[in-house]
Write a protein that binds this ligand. Structure first.
Ligand code: SAH
Length: 212
């Protein structure tokens, strides 16, 4: 399967912005060349889909800029045989990137309309190893745990315990966390049951909404 429309634009996006942002993992670069980002944004934004900036996807939510998707994905160090949990499906674009790079993807979205649309889109494009669920992802999804990696694409007030519990030993968690009035992207590795975090950079995501 391949997606010829806009393939030249995708190539220049990867060359000009994604590599410049520090993405060096060849598999991640290939995923960004492969996945047709325009398919995941409203029609009026198709022409803008390969500029390196966030775009509105409706329901007051946004799809991140491609270089940040690349950086966050690279932090997961996917080799191909992993089970990955994503919180915040949104358009389904990040889930498609993960689908290309891992064995199985579980993605959770709290807004039903977005989840339904993303599920349909992923299916129609042939990304068949992704399950999209509707619900509050701040509790993770125990039924399919443990996960090799968890990636959160909404900013958390604090790191939910469920994520740590549902990660495998040596598993990786990539998550933006509100810290002193800013949002900091963190990557954590679970070692002997305890998370060891490294701060990556300041980011700007919509908040992760925790349903009471
Ligand atoms: N990864 C997406 C962009 C994410 S935008 C993409 O590639 O398009 C953040 C998404 O997180 C929004 O759609 C928002 O509705 C969702 N979200 C916020 N809190 C959530 C929660 N607790 N559980 C699941 N999804 C959540």
């Amino acid at each position: 399967m391949s997606f010829p429309p806009y393939s030249e634009q995708r190539r220049s996006l990867v060359e000009q912005f994604v590599k410049q942002a520090g993405v060096t993992d060849n598999r991640v670069l290939k995923a960004l060349l492969f996945v047709p980002r325009h398919e995941f944004v409203p029609k009026q934004y198709h022409e803008q889909a390969y500029a390196d900036h966030p775009l509105s996807i409706g329901n007051e939510q946004t799809i991140s800029q491609p270089s940040l998707v690349g950086l966050m994905t690279q932090l997961l160090k996917l080799k191909g045989d992993e089970k990955v949990l994503e919180i915040g499906t949104g358009s389904g674009y990040q889930a498609a990137i993960l689908s290309f790079l891992a064995k199985e993807v579980v993605s959770i979205e709290r807004i039903k309309q977005l989840a339904d649309r993303a599920r349909k889109k992923l299916k129609s494009l042939g990304f068949s190893n992704v399950i999209v669920l509707t619900g509050d992802g701040s509790k993770g999804y125990e039924k399919k745990s443990p996960y090799d990696c968890i990636i959160v694409t909404a900013a958390a007030q604090e790191i939910p315990r469920a994520f740590v519990k549902q990660l495998k030993e040596h598993g990786r968690l990539v998550i933006p966390v509100h810290t002193n009035g800013a949002q900091i992207l963190k990557v954590g590795i679970k070692k002997k049951g305890i998370m060891q975090f490294t701060d990556i950079e300041q980011v700007s995501f919509v908040p992760m909404v925790v349903d009471k």
